[in-house]
Design a protein around this ligand. Structure first.
Ligand code: FES
Length: 316
């Protein structure tokens, strides 16, 4: 997280689904920066022995400067961040966040917008919707969730959007036929997906099979990095050695050692944290580098990727 953090107060917390809590964040000083639909912030949580830092989409109306709203799903396999937000954060607490960054902006030249959300992946679309409506854009939203767990905002959206919303509750055996959905879209439509990787993969492969142009398919995933084997990194410029334990990412270990690495998505998507590797082999877990880049074994995305064995030497 860079130096330009913003201090915010947790003004309100609401349980919007059994596994999802919404947090309203207000600036402690001054006003919050403007943001565009699809933006996210990284929230720094004051946990011990090291802070947790997770990226969350802003779900407020981008034209509302009074507060940011985020929603956090309690993860069964939490590495600490989502549990901290659910169990340790109360109204009135102070948190630090990054300024908003955007890796998931709507394409305003699209003729039509097809939005597909899985569970808490509804959140970026909540910031899309006010702007789509203000612009009179043609859109439909397809929302897949588990009714007893993750169907946040489902009834409000149904009341607001009417036939522009289709809901699929997997507990009611209600499934979305992706092939039929994508096949019936008119040319010039762009599709946006936010949700679990399986949903993103399903839509992307269906779109490919149907011949959709690649630049008409947009997606965003904020999957928590999976644990891995512990390893050690040597920092070539300072000669320091940093240990990375099994449920810490390389980026988190570097941050704990006060080594500053630029980052934006913390999910292997944006490429901001790219770091040169001088020695050692890499277990690539990002979706940013191409297969050829990965094969060269000279660059790592420390937010998600790890050493393939017990050591790496980095150009840091
Ligand atoms: S922070 Fe985006 S790829 Fe690492």
């Amino acid at each position: 997280m860079s130096a330009d953090k913003i201090e915010v107060r947790v003004a309100a917390i609401a349980q919007v689904a059994p596994l999802i809590r919404e947090f309203r964040l207000e600036a402690v000083d001054g006003v919050l920066p403007a943001f565009a639909p699809g933006s996210h912030v990284v929230v720094e949580m004051p946990a011990q022995p090291r802070p947790h830092r997770n990226a969350y989409s802003l779900l407020s109306d981008p034209r509302d400067p009074s507060a940011y709203r985020i929603a956090v799903r309690k993860q069964e396999q939490s590495r600490g961040g989502s549990l901290f937000m659910h169990e340790q954060v109360s109204e009135g607490d102070l948190l630090k966040i990054t300024p908003p960054a955007n890796l998931f902006t709507p394409s305003w030249y699209a003729k039509r917008h097809l939005l597909i959300a899985g569970g808490v992946g509804i959140t970026p679309f909540l910031s899309f919707l006010p702007e789509l409506r203000r612009r009179g854009a043609e859109f439909e939203l397809h929302y897949l969730y588990r009714g007893s767990q993750t169907g946040a905002y489902s009834d409000e959206l149904a009341a607001e959007l009417g036939s522009a919303l289709q809901r699929y509750d997997s507990e009611q055996a209600c499934r979305c036929d992706l092939g039929e959905l994508l096949a019936r879209q008119k040319p010039g439509t762009h599709v946006y997906i936010c949700g679990p990787q399986s949903l993103i993969d399903g839509v992307c492969s269906t779109a490919r099979e149907l011949g959709w142009p690649e630049d008409a398919v947009h997606y965003e995933a904020f999957a928590a990095p999976a644990p891995g084997n512990p390893f050690r990194v040597e920092l070539a410029r300072s000669g320091r050695v940093v240990e990375v334990d099994s449920d810490t990412t390389l980026l988190e270990a570097l941050e704990s050692a006060e080594v500053d690495v630029p980052n934006l998505c913390r999910g292997g998507v944006c490429g901001q944290c790219a770091t040169r590797v001088l020695e050692g082999s890499i277990e690539h877990r990002d979706t940013y580098l191409s297969a050829d880049d990965k094969a060269r074994q000279d660059c790592i995305m420390p937010c998600v990727s790890r050493a393939a064995d017990d050591r790496l030497k980095l150009d840091l």
